[in-house]
Structure formats: structure tokens, C-alpha cells
Design a protein around this ligand. Structure first.
Ligand code: DAH
Length: 333
């Protein structure tokens, strides 16, 4: 074998040995064998080169350096590969950056409901639930809503055609969470401090502020000497806790069959007032219906639109966005 052939052989042997080395110690052995400074195959080749005729030296010298550089760089590449911890497990390179994982989260309305409950809990109001399918007693009668009241109009309610109460009375999807006031008072004695959050249904025409289904937070406080001042304080504290100290709310005299006196509650939004709900002192007729003595206890009640607050908080101008479940919208919250 002449010197050129020996260099080629060296290159081939070194390449194979480097590839076969499975870990760092094995690779170190290969390095000593092929690139060792004191002894080893490279050293032998160098000695060989010293003996070739002078006119061959430039060509062989060049080739020698080429081969040495190549083996050195192969060895370094392989070294990086075997030193990477568990770099390739079953053909999967676990050191590659992963595919980013997009976390899911709760719907903005559910988030809002949770936050409302937390705020009201701090004010001493316990959350309770009530059914979405209701009878007329809880949706109307016990709330002092007379037989001929427009709120009972079948066109303004979702009556169920397929189901009736056990006694054959109509059932409907509740049009307000005030139903839960009655359910709580029927089975609890004062003092009472509850909130109830949930869906209500009305066959409204849908637009940017109206939906056939939306959410309300009902509040009820019954005790001795509860006054309108307590109601206003609780609502103000709630609104500022949720929207910040600079929120402005106002109370307008109004009418509801189940409260006397009654107010409508508005919130300032830019240069407009946005209605956020109704409230008032629980009507003595309602207290009597559930067996309370209006001479002994009094209370306030309120019903707020959950979406109205969420729209203001999140700057959402169209209520329908909450129900279309377009992830591009939902992802923002
Ligand atoms: N239930 C009323 C509605 O849906 C809102 C309401 C007004 C609730 C006055 C109350 C209240 O508890 O006292 O329009």
C-alpha cells in the first residue's frame, strides 16, 4: 500500500469506528487510536510521510491535512450526539423543542359567574341554584305577578308543550331568576342572604344586547331592619368590586310586582347609561306568600344581567359573540 492508499484506509477505518462508538468513553478510545498525539495511527502516518520522496510531499501533505481535519470534525459531531442525554429514544429526539400546547379555559361567562359568586360570598351571600324549568307559581304567582300581567303573555315566554306539573299546570323555561327567591324562602327561615346565578329564557328578538337566553344574578337578603340603604350599599360594593372604583351606578324609581319600592339600576358606559338590572324592597305580599310576617322581617332583592357586566369588563359590544363559540373570540379571555 502506498502512502495515499494508507491515508484513504485510515480515513475509512476512522469513519467507521466513529460511527460505531455508542457513548463518550468508546469515542474517547477511538480518538486516542486515530488522533492520539503521542502514539496512534495518525502519528504512524506522519512518520511515514517523513520518509516519502521530496517531490511527493506537497500532494501527500495536503491529503494528510484533509483527512486529519475530516476525522477530527466527524469525531466532534459524533461527540455532541452521544453526549446529548437520551437524545434519540425510539427514533424520537426528545431534545427537540415541543409543539406548543394550547390550554383550554372556562367560557368567559362561566368565569364571570365564578367571580360574581366570589365577590358576593365576601359580602356574606351564599350561592344557591334553582331549576331552569319552572311552574307558574314560582315564576309568577308567588312573585305577586297578577294573572293579567303582560309578563305572563305566552308570546313572551317559552312554555313547554310536552310537559306539565304533576297536577297538570303549565311549565315554562324560567324568564327570571327571581323564582329562586321563592324557592329559598319557602324552605328557609330568615335571616337569609343568598345569590343565585343562572340562565333565563325569553323569546326576544336577538340583537347586540338581546339574546333569547342569558344569565342573571339574583340576590336576596331578609332580616330584621333591612333597608334600601343596605340594598344600595351592597350593589355599589358589588359593582366596584367587579368593575373598579371608578364605576358609576345610579338608581331610578321603577316598578316590579315583587318589590316595593322598586328601582332600576343603570351603569355609566362612556356617555351612555346601560341598564344592568332591577331591585327593590321585597313586597309584603311576597313575604306573606312564603309565610313570613312582614311586620317582623324585611328584605331587599335584586336581579342583575351577568352579560351586561361581562360586556363592560371585556369591552364586548355584541352579546351574541358569547354564544357563537367561535374559538377566535373565546381565546381572548
Ligand atoms: N326579575 C327582574 C327581571 O328579570 C329583575 C329584578 C327586579 C329582580 C327587581 C329582582 C328585583 O329581584 O327585586 O327583569
Amino acid at each position: 500500500m502506498d502512502a495515499i492508499q494508507q491515508l484513504t484506509q485510515y480515513e475509512a477505518d476512522a469513519t467507521a469506528a466513529i460511527e460505531a462508538a455508542a457513548d463518550a468513553p468508546a469515542l474517547e478510545q477511538v480518538r486516542i487510536e486515530f488522533l492520539g498525539k503521542k502514539q496512534g495511527r495518525l502519528k504512524d502516518l506522519q512518520a511515514l510521510l517523513g520518509q516519502v520522496p521530496v517531490d511527493q510531499k506537497p500532494v501527500l501533505g495536503k491529503r494528510f491535512n484533509e483527512v486529519k481535519d475530516k476525522v477530527t470534525s466527524l469525531l466532534e459531531t459524533r461527540k455532541a450526539a452521544v453526549e446529548r442525554p437520551a437524545a434519540a429514544v425510539d427514533g424520537v429526539d426528545v431534545t427537540l423543542p415541543g409543539t406548543p400546547f394550547r390550554y383550554g379555559h372556562r367560557h368567559p361567562i362561566s368565569q364571570t359567574i365564578d367571580e360574581f359568586k366570589a365577590i358576593m360570598s365576601r359580602l356574606g351571600f351564599d350561592p344557591v341554584d334553582g331549576p331552569e324549568i319552572e311552574d307558574e307559581r314560582h315564576n309568577f304567582d308567588a312573585l305577586n305577578i297578577p294573572q293579567d300581567h303582560p309578563a305572563r303573555d305566552p308570546l313572551d315566554n317559552f312554555y313547554l308543550s310536552a310537559a306539565k306539573t304533576a297536577t297538570g299546570s303549565p311549565l315554562l323555561l324560567r324568564s327570571q331568576t327571581s323564582t329562586v327567591q321563592i324557592r329559598v324562602m319557602e324552605k328557609t327561615q330568615p335571616p337569609i342572604r343568598i345569590v343565585s346565578l343562572g340562565r333565563v329564557y325569553r323569546p326576544d328578538d336577538m340583537d347586540d344586547t338581546h339574546s333569547c337566553m342569558f344569565h342573571q344574578m339574583e340576590g336576596l337578603m331578609i332580616d330584621t331592619n333591612v333597608t334600601m340603604a343596605d340594598l344600595k350599599t351592597v350593589l355599589r360594593l358589588f359593582a366596584t368590586a367587579y368593575l373598579g372604583e371608578d364605576v358609576v351606578i345610579r338608581f331610578r324609581p321603577s316598578f316590579f310586582p315583587f318589590t316595593e319600592p322598586s328601582v332600576e339600576v343603570d351603569m355609566r358606559w362612556g356617555d351612555r347609561w346601560l341598564e344592568i338590572g332591577g331591585a327593590g324592597m321585597v313586597d309584603p305580599n311576597v313575604l306573606e306568600t312564603v309565610g313570613y310576617d312582614p311586620e317582623k322581617v324585611s328584605g331587599f332583592a335584586f336581579g342583575l344581567g351577568v352579560e351586561r357586566f361581562a360586556m363592560r369588563r371585556f369591552g364586548v359590544r355584541d352579546i351574541r359573540l358569547f354564544y357563537e363559540n367561535d374559538v377566535r373570540f373565546l381565546r381572548q379571555f
